[in-house]
Design a protein around this ligand. Structure first.
Ligand SMILES: Cc1ncc(C[n+]2csc(CCOP(=O)(O)OP(=O)(O)O)c2C)c(N)n1
Length: 267
């Protein structure tokens, strides 16, 4: 069940940021539903054989949301859940941002603006090799301030990389404020269409919408697909939702317990 998985991802995220006194709770909660649907139903990956050649590639370019990816990989048994308790500790595999030494992770990320360019190269290589592997890159909205992404978008559209799927976690908040105030992306879908992408927009917390969209890829043969997922930063924990504060802050013990109780009470 994707709802159960999403709830477990959220609980693990909170546990990790609380224990490690780490940031980015809001950034990770924002993508829990997208990851749940991808890893439960869509991605052709195998926890027992994480490096098999024709696997789908998933690149979480917003590497500061490492807790979300580590959580879903642990839930899908790529590595033992106990590792999550050591998140961000010295000499442990689960580093603060994403490390490719972790089973199930293809690329290290954290320096924003690299995931999509890498995904383009992998997608072109896979198409040239006639591989069935698809390449998914999940980016944040603020990350689109990086010019490297626009070069990659131009490249993917020009080459018609229909094995490439770009997902934008459009939660409208970046590290110094709201996206529309810092560097507005709108009209975002029109810009991507002008770059020869097929663009879908959906509610990034609606599992049915995510499932229907992901299950019908490529949305158009001969074009890369961009999915603009409208999300809420901090989704699932009411006092964290849509608040810049939770880009940075880690919860106190009381806040951690309150958040867990709220999640537990959700269907
Ligand atoms: C190249 C680079 N510059 C700056 C940062 C520092 N940084 C971490 S997260 C972030 C932006 C957060 O906003 P957004 O990209 O929208 O992600 P969200 O947390 O909302 O998912 C920045 C600038 C970075 N990780 N990489």
């Amino acid at each position: 069940m994707t709802t159960e998985l999403a709830k477990n991802i959220r609980k693990n995220i909170l546990n990790m940021v609380y224990r490690a006194k780490a940031s980015h709770a809001g950034s990770s909660l924002s993508i829990a539903d997208i990851l749940a649907v991808l890893y439960e139903n869509i991605l052709n990956v195998d926890a027992k054989n994480p490096d098999f050649k024709e696997r789908d590639r998933f690149i979480l370019s917003k590497g500061h949301a490492a807790t979300a990816l580590y959580a879903v990989l642990a839930e899908k048994e790529f590595f033992p859940k106990e590792w999550l308790d050591k998140y961000c500790e010295n000499d442990q595999l689960l580093s603060g941002h994403i490390s490719h030494y972790v089973p199930g992770v293809d690329f290290s990320t954290g320096s924003l603006g690299h995931g999509l360019p890498i995904a383009c190269g992998v997608a072109l290589a896979k198409r040239t090799a006639r591989s069935p592997a698809r390449v998914f890159a999940l980016l944040s909205d603020g990350e689109c301030d990086e010019g490297s992404n626009w070069e990659a978008m131009l490249f993917a559209g020009h080459h018609g990389l229909d094995n490439l799927v770009l997902i934008i976690d459009y939660n409208k908040i970046q590290s110094f404020g709201r996206v529309e105030d810092v560097l507005d992306l709108e009209p975002f879908a029109d810009k991507l269409r002008a770059f020869k992408w097929n663009v879908q927009e959906l509610d990034g917390h609606n599992h049915e919408a995510l499932q229907n969209c992901f299950a019908n890829l490529p949305a158009k043969s001969g074009m890369p697909t961009a999915i603009i997922a409208h999300t809420v930063k901090g989704q699932g924990v009411s006092f964290m939702e849509n608040k810049l504060l939770w880009h940075y802050k880690s919860p106190t013990e009381e806040q951690f317990q309150e958040a867990l109780e709220e999640l537990e009470a959700q269907p």
